[in-house]
Write a protein that binds this ligand. Structure first.
Ligand code: NOJ
Length: 558
């Protein structure tokens, strides 16, 4: 299929000033009443995305899959999951998005496949099968797993195969076997598949779990607490030698096309940022880093997240990224809780805090990735039973807690705070049944706040979170200093105020955000007396006022 996207030659790449939007297709918009979002649903909402100012959409996996991990377990890379539609629907989506100037990137999941993928079915059929080495098989040790690694989804990272008497590695779920990136044939098959999609005219990829593809030695993890399985998450991220694999990937695929790639690069070291993303020698155009999001790891937290730590995590990346590098700006995605619930003030200052967080982050350098519903200030799920959970690791975690003696009530409370389902509840389009997401029964419960929290209401309300997002997307795109300008953190020691400047040539912008429910003092050494305020989330704003009200934010042009 020919790519009908107009490609204009600019001095700087288009994506540096782009606004991106992440679609979790299962929960975005259902067009046929089966309770599951689909491609025609996405097509019907393209005008909404255009109106918001979106240049790029990332669609989470829509390939054929048994759906043990909602599509991250792929059984056929070159087909569309039936419930999402057909390849023709996909081509229609691509074409219609391009007509609007919206680029489309797909999710590329190449650390693992589903155990139902024909490659794995062959691989597990016999020790002598030609595809045996396409996955990671090991003998057990003392009648147990090859080592004590725990999988990210819980339980052992190894699954025993009765027929051939060996174990296969799965860093994620047990139906998601890891691909052996040391095998040349499987790499060739992956590269061919990638080029097949790129030849279809898609605009690039979000590359899933890519820092895991290089496997470490297979030794046991240290086990001071004598646990059955030990978290090995850090161990198999970003291992020495990974760059060689990534370069090979790029040379055989991405480098031949005019596309955009963004890596999910958990564990990528800041010192190596240029190798990951600089335009000169980087593998990808941009990356998702998780230092600030790991602060949101709620289960271990006893309360408020330190704003100082958040500032420091974000600032480190802002400072490290070179003039031509890029980090994606991500506050929410389908694996995280909703940012306003965790970080803002969902009850008292819902609107103010949603706007404040958006300004705080999206005026930084990088491509904003807005997760569906974030632009409405959607909140965590309102579950009151474990039967509402859909996410596999959450269900596993619930059972584990019960097995260890935790009460059902407590297990529910703990998991409610952290479950990935929080961000997977259906998009709230209007106040009709199920928030206008489906005319059928939704695959996952809709948050009942849809009666007042929905897109239709916010489109009409000039002061809504949605309209604030629209405005800041526009400002960012039109303001060179906010796209390319240098970043400088101010008020480093403040526990409430996140203030920074962006400076490009002789023009400076000041962003101040009071991330707290109290009044806070603005203390910056800059003359703001004559500065213009380009946007704020309070109506009666006086640019000279040094007291910032709860979650007040301002963007100054100095
Ligand atoms: C990261 C994805 O974002 C997540 O949803 C998925 O479960 C894992 N990778 C495994 O593919």
């Amino acid at each position: 299929m020919k790519n009908n996207m107009k490609r204009t030659r600019t001095l700087r790449p288009w994506w540096e000033s782009a606004a991106a939007y992440q679609i979790y297709p299962r929960s975005f918009k259902d067009s046929n009443g089966d309770g599951v979002g689909d491609l025609q649903g996405i097509i019907s909402k393209l005008p909404y995305l255009s109106e918001l100012g979106i240049d790029l959409i990332w669609i989470c996996p829509i390939y054929t899959s048994p759906n043990d991990d909602n599509g991250y377990d792929i059984s056929d890379y070159q087909n569309i999951q039936r419930e999402y539609g057909t390849m023709e629907d996909f081509e229609e989506l691509l074409h219609k998005a391009h007509e609007r100037g919206i680029r489309v990137i797909m999710d590329l999941v190449i650390n693992h496949t589903s155990s139902s993928h024909p490659w794995f079915i062959e691989s597990r059929s016999s020790i002598h099968n030609s595809k045996r080495d396409w996955y990671i098989w090991k003998d057990g040790k003392d009648n147990k797993e090859p080592n004590n690694w725990e999988s990210i989804f819980g339980g052992s990272a190894w699954e025993y195969d009765e027929k051939t008497g060996q174990y296969f590695l799965h860093v994620f779920g047990k139906t998601m076997p890891d691909i052996n990136w040391e095998n040349t044939q499987v790499k060739r098959a992956i590269f061919d598949m990638i080029c097949w999609w790129l030849d279809k005219g898609i605009d690039g990829f979000r590359v899933d779990a890519i820092s895991h593809i290089k496997k470490p030695d297979f030794n046991d993890m240290p086990n001071p607490k004598n646990e059955r399985y030990v978290s090995s998450f850090d161990k198999h991220m970003n291992q020495p030698g990974i760059m060689d694999l990534l370069r090979e990937l790029k040379e055989n695929t991405f480098s031949k096309y005019d596309i955009f790639t963004v890596a999910e690069a958990n564990g990528a070291r800041i010192e190596e940022i240029d190798e990951w993303v600089s335009q000169e020698k980087g593998i990808f155009h941009s990356l998702f880093q998780f230092d600030h999001l790991n602060l949101w790891n709620v289960e271990s937290e006893e309360g408020k997240i330190s704003i100082k730590k958040l500032k420091s995590a974000l600032t480190r990346w802002q400072k490290a990224v070179s003039a031509d590098g890029n980090v994606a700006l991500v506050m929410e995605n389908h694996d995280l809780v909703r940012s306003v619930s965790r970080f803002g003030s969902p009850d008292k200052y819902w609107k103010e805090s949603a706007k404040c967080l958006a300004l705080m982050y999206y005026m930084q350098k990088g491509v904003p990735f807005i997760y569906q519903g974030q632009e409405l200030g959607m909140l965590n799920a309102d579950y009151n039973s474990h039967l509402d959970f859909r996410d596999a690791p959450t269900l596993f975690g619930y059972q584990e807690r019960i097995n260890k003696g935790m009460s059902p009530e407590e297990s529910l409370e703990v998991l409610k705070k952290s479950t990935r389902d929080n961000s997977r509840t259906p998009m709230q389009w209007d106040d009709s049944p199920h928030g206008g997401f489906t005319t059928g029964t939704p695959w996952i419960k809709v948050n009942q706040n849809y009666h007042w929290l929905n897109a239709k209401a916010q489109i009409k309300d000039e002061d809504s979170i949605l309209n604030f997002y629209k405005k800041i997307i526009k400002i960012k795109k039109e303001t060179v200093g906010l796209i390319y300008g240098d970043y400088e953190l101010l008020m480093e020691e403040s526990e409430n105020v996140y203030a920074y400047t962006r400076t490009y040539e002789d023009k400076t912008y000041l962003i101040v955000c009071n991330i707290s429910e109290e009044n806070s003092q603005l203390e910056v050494d800059l003359d703001i007396t004559k500065a213009d305020i380009l946007i704020s989330n309070y109506a009666d704003i006086n640019s000279n006022e040094k007291v910032l009200r709860p979650f007040e934010c301002r963007l100054y042009s100095l």
